[in-house]
Design a protein around this ligand. Structure first.
Ligand code: ADP
Ligand code: MG
Length: 320
C-alpha cells in the first residue's frame, strides 16, 4: 500500500492555547517500502502517526491530505475508515503494556480484530491467533497467558501479532522498542523488518534513534518542530546528513540502540522548542552550530541536497 502525505497540519486546541504540533509535512512511501521518521521527543512524530489513521483526540484540527493508495483518510466515511484500520493499515504503539487489556488472555486479544472485522469464526480466529503468535516467535500455547505473565519484549511481540492479524498492507510502528532493553530492541526491530519484507508490507517506523532507522529502512525523514527538515535515502541521511539537525542526530546515535546518548544528542545544546512558542525564522536556529544571521528571519523550504535527498537549511544548495 502506498502512502502519500501532503501538507499535513495538526493543531491541538484553539486560540491562544493552540499547539501547532505538525506544520506542513509532506511524505511519500511507495508500496513495500520502509520509511523511517526520526526526531527528538516533542517534534510531532506521534501526532503524525496518529493522524495517519485519524486516531487523534477531538481537540486536534487537521488539514492536508493523507492518501492511502490514493484514497484520502481525512475525508473517508466512518465505515470505510473502520475497514481501513487493521485491515489496510495498522499501528504498533510504544509501550505495549498500556495497549493490551490486562484482564484478557493474549490469544483472545490477538483474535479480536479478526472477529471485529468478520474475518473468521471464533474457532478459526483462535487457531489463527496461535499461528500469529508463532509467527512472532512465541509458542502458540502462550495464547492462554495474561499480559502480566509476559516480559516486555514478549508483550511487544503480541502487539506485532495483533497488528498483523488482518494482513495489513501498511504498518505504522511508533517507537515500538523504546521501553525495551537494547538486546530485545534489536530482536524486535529485526522481527518487524523481516515480517514486512517477507509479506511486502509497507512500513513507517518512528524512532528518535537514527541508527536504528538507518539499519531497517530504505528512506529516512528527520522531523524538527513539526516539520520534515531532511529526507532522503537512509544510508545517505545517516552517514552524510545535509541538515545540521540531521547531523546532530546521526552523531548522537553512533550504534543501534545506544542508551547512553538517548536524551540529548551529543553536541546539541538545549531542547526542541515548545510548539506553542516557536522561534521565528528557522525553528532550529537557536540550537544550530552553523547558524547565520538570516536564519532568525527566514524559514527554509526543503531543497535538493543530492539524488533523492532534500534538506531545509540555508547552507544546502547555496551557490556561494
Ligand atoms: P513526539 O512523538 O515526536 O514526541 P508528539 O506528537 O507526541 O511528539 O507531540 C508533539 C507536540 O504536541 C508536543 O509539544 C506535545 O506536547 C503536543 N501534544 C501531543 N499530544 C497533545 C494533546 N493531546 N494535546 C495537546 N498537545 C499535545
Ligand atoms: Mg512520540
Amino acid at each position: 500500500m502506498s502512502l502519500e502525505v501532503r501538507d499535513l497540519r495538526v493543531t491541538y486546541g484553539t486560540g491562544a492555547a493552540a499547539v501547532p504540533a505538525v506544520r506542513g509535512v509532506d511524505l511519500s512511501l511507495a508500496a513495500g517500502q520502509k520509511l523511517g521518521v526520526a526526531g527528538e521527543s516533542g517534534c510531532g512524530k506521534s501526532t503524525l502517526a496518529l493522524a495517519l489513521l485519524r486516531l487523534l483526540p477531538a481537540s486536534a484540527r487537521l488539514s492536508g491530505e493523507i492518501l492511502l493508495d490514493g484514497e484520502d483518510v481525512l475525508t473517508m466515511k466512518w465505515g470505510r475508515l473502520r475497514a481501513v484500520r487493521w485491515a489496510g493499515a495498522s499501528i504498533v504503539f510504544q509501550g505495549a503494556m498500556h495497549s493490551l487489556n490486562a484482564v484478557r488472555r493474549i490469544g483472545d486479544q490477538v483474535a479480536e480484530p479478526l472477529l471485529v472485522h468478520g474475518r473468521a469464526t471464533p474457532a478459526a480466529a483462535r487457531r489463527r491467533a496461535g499461528e500469529l503468535l508463532e509467527h512472532v516467535g512465541l509458542p502458540a500455547a502462550r495464547a492462554a497467558a495474561y499480559p502480566h505473565e509476559l516480559s516486555g519484549g514478549q508483550r511487544q511481540r503480541v502487539m506485532i501479532a495483533m497488528a498483523l492479524a488482518c494482513d495489513p498492507k501498511l504498518i505504522v510502528a511508533d517507537e515500538p522498542t523504546t521501553a525495551l532493553d537494547v538486546m530485545i530492541q534489536a530482536q524486535i526491530l529485526r522481527l518487524i523488518e523481516g515480517l514486512v519484507t517477507e509479506q511486502s508490507i509497507s512500513l513507517l517506523m518512528i524512532s528518535h534513534d537514527l541508527a536504528v532507522l538507518a539499519d531497517t529502512c530504505d528512506r529516512l525523514a528527520v522531523m524538527y518542530a513539526g516539520r520534515v527538515v531532511e529526507e532522503g535515502p537512509a544510508r545517505q541521511v545517516f552517514e552524510a546528513a545535509a541538515h545540521p539537525y540531521g547531523r546532530a542526530l546521526s552523531s548522537a546515535f553512533p550504534r543501534i540502540g545506544d542508551p547512553a546518548s538517548r536524551r540529548a544528542p551529543r553536541g546539541l545544546p538545549g531542547d526542541p522548542p515548545d510548539p506553542a512558542g516557536l522561534p521565528g525564522g528557522c525553528a532550529f536556529h537557536p540550537r544550530c552550530p552553523v547558524v547565520v544571521e538570516s536564519c532568525a528571519e527566514r524559514d527554509q523550504q526543503l531543497r535538493e541536497a543530492g539524488p533523492g535527498h532534500r534538506a531545509a537549511c540555508v547552507h544546502v544548495g547555496s551557490v556561494s
